[in-house]
Ligand binder design. Structure first.
Ligand code: SAM
Length: 274
C-alpha cells in the first residue's frame, strides 16, 4: 500500500487518525519486506498481528503464506479490513483491545509468531504479557519506538537495562534489529522506530513458579534504582537468608540491581526458591 493510496482511503472513509491509538501507518514497502523476512514466515505459519491498521503488513504476511490472526481496536479500521481482506480464508480478524484479549483469553501461543507494528501506548505491555504467558510465541518481530527497543535489548550496567529488559530476556534471546526512519510512517511520528526480533529460548531458564519469584525480585530490585539490591530484597526475605545467598553467588552485598546480570538474577531466583 503506497502513501498516496493510504491517504485516499483515509480521506474517502473520513477516517481521522487517533494519536492515542498510536496510528502511524507503515507505507514503506522495503521496510515491510524486511519485517516479514525477519519473521522467517513459512507457508501456513500462524501469525498474531496486533493493530493491523489499514493492513499493509497483514497483506505482506498473507502474501508470504502466513495464516494471520489480526486484532484491531479501532472499529473503522476493522470494518475497512473486513471489507477489503475479509474474504481471505487465511485471515481471522477480531475487533478488540488486544491487551484485554491477551489477558482475558489465555491461549497456547507456542506455535505462533507475533509480527506487528505495535501501537506505542501498549507496545511494551503487550510484549511482556506475551513473554510472561506460559506458552509464549516462538518468535516476536515487533516494530516499536526506538527507545523501547533499546530497553528491551539492553545489557547489565547500561542505563536502559531494567525490568522490561529482564522480563523479556528471561524468555527470549534478542536477535537482529534494524532502525526504521520516522519518514516511513504516516503521519510521521516524532521519534524513530526499530524492528526487533526476539527468539524464544530453546530451554526455559526458569520454571513457572520460579518465574513469578524472578519477577518479584526484579521489580523489587528496580523499584529504587539507586538503592542496594540486598537492602530492597530485605522487604521480602530474611536478612540472614539474603546474606548467605549473596555470598554463595559471589554477589557484593552493596551491588545495585542495574549491575546484576540476567544469569545472576536467575541464580538468585533459584537460590531464594529453595
Ligand atoms: N499495522 C499497521 C501498519 O503497520 O501500518 C498499523 C500500525 S499502527 C502503529 C498501530 C495500530 O494498532 C493502529 O491501527 C491502532 O488502531 C491499533 N491499536 C491501538 N491500540 C490497540 C489495542 N489496544 N489493541 C489492538 N489494536 C490497537
Amino acid at each position: 500500500m503506497k502513501l498516496t493510496e493510504m491517504k485516499q482511503i483515509l480521506t474517502a472513509g473520513q477516517i481521522h487518525l487517533t494519536k492515542s491509538l498510536g496510528q502511524n501507518f507503515l507505507h514503506d514497502h522495503n521496510q515491510l519486506g524486511r519485517i516479514v523476512d525477519a519473521a522467517q514466515v513459512q507457508d501456513n505459519d500462524q501469525v498474531l498481528e496486533i493493530g493491523p491498521g489499514l493492513g499493509p503488513l497483514t497483506k505482506f504476511l498473507l502474501d508470504a503464506g502466513a495464516k494471520v490472526f489480526a486484532i484491531e481496536k479501532d472499529r473503522r479500521l476493522y470494518e475497512f479490513l473486513r471489507e477489503h481482506l475479509g474474504d481471505n480464508p487465511k485471515l481471522r480478524l477480531l475487533h478488540a483491545d488486544a491487551l484485554k484479549h491477551l489477558r482475558e483469553q489465555p491461549t497456547d501461543w507456542s506455535e505462533w509468531k507475533l509480527v506487528a507494528n505495535l501501537p506505542y501506548s501498549v507496545a511494551s505491555t503487550v510484549l511482556v504479557e506475551l513473554a510472561k504467558s506460559q506458552s509464549c510465541p516462538s518468535r516476536l518481530v515487533a516494530t516499536l519506538q526506538i527507545e523501547v527497543a533499546q530497553r528491551l535489548m539492553a545489557s547489565a550496567a547500561h542505563g536502559d537495562y531494567g525490568i522490561l529488559t529482564l522480563l523479556m530476556q528471561v524468555r527470549y534471546e534478542a536477535g537482529e534489529w534494524f532502525k526504521i526512519p520516522a519518514s516511513c510512517f504516516f503521519p510521521v511520528p516524532d521519534v524513530d522506530s526499530a524492528c526487533v526480533v526476539f527468539v524464544r529460548r530453546k530451554t526455559p531458564l526458569l520454571g513457572r513458579s520460579q518465574s513469578l519469584i524472578f519477577e518479584k525480585i526484579v521489580k523489587r530490585g528496580f523499584s529504587q534504582r539507586r538503592k542496594m539490591l540486598m537492602k530492597l530484597l530485605k522487604q521480602d526475605w530474611p536478612a540472614e537468608v539474603l546474606e548467605r545467598v549473596f555470598q554463595e553467588l559471589g554477589l557484593s552485598p552493596t551491588i545495585r540491581a542495574e549491575r546484576v546480570t540476567l544469569e545472576q538474577f536467575v541464580q538468585l531466583t533459584q537460590a531464594l526458591d529453595s
